[in-house]
Ligand binder design. Sequence first.
Ligand code: DC
Length: 243
Amino acid sequence: MQIAIDGPAGAGKSSVAREVARRLKLAYLDTGAMYRAVTLKALQNNVDITDGDALVLLARTSNMDIQVDEQEGNLIYWGGENITRAIRSPDVNKNVSVVAESPELRKELVSLQRKIAKNAVGIVMEGRDIGTNVLPGADYKFFLTAQVNERARRRWKEIKEKDIQSSYSFEELVEEISTRDRIDQGRADSPLLIAPGAYILDTTPYPFQEVVEKVVTVVREAKTAAENKDSSTCDNEVNSDVL
Ligand code: DC
């Protein structure tokens, strides 16, 4: 089973995808972490973040390794170094959308992501282009979104609770998220889009557990319906669903 979860920055995709994977006993891949890892290392090694070939070379020589951890989600290693926390730094936040614009790097990472999906019995993969590009044939596709102020509020809460290093004010956080949205939606290569057939979940008023419950219920009901052959899916239809 393949489940694709896409959506804008801070919509809660990572925590929802991780919990859905745990509940359904599937592997979990946070593809944003891969773009973040390349961004961190490009910044540390003074690699031009607009030079696609240089970014690919960096990724190829990195020995990037991704493991699953129940608490942390995905653990990211780069040449043996655990960079799971470092990829969440404000510097990486600020630059990652520019790095993710590179078609050369996207091709490289998408190929890795497909390989990981192929080797897993089942997977929940989250990012921006999973349902549209990485796994267009995914069994279930979700587009998680929330109003920008709510996304910033959640991120603000996480920064405070986890004591994450950040010098942003709340207003700056709203601005940073809006800028990333603009770049992710506006880029030429596989921009953030709602995949055909995706369930759209606007999570603005809902707590995390309710969103997880909704995703799991949609998957279980659709699976049962498919097994009973009394439902037909239409790939070109968008199922707009409010919790
Ligand atoms: O989900 P995130 O905030 O960790 O993602 C970091 C950046 O990576 C985000 O600005 C867009 C980019 N990204 C992407 O372009 N494609 C993906 N599949 C995942 C993330």
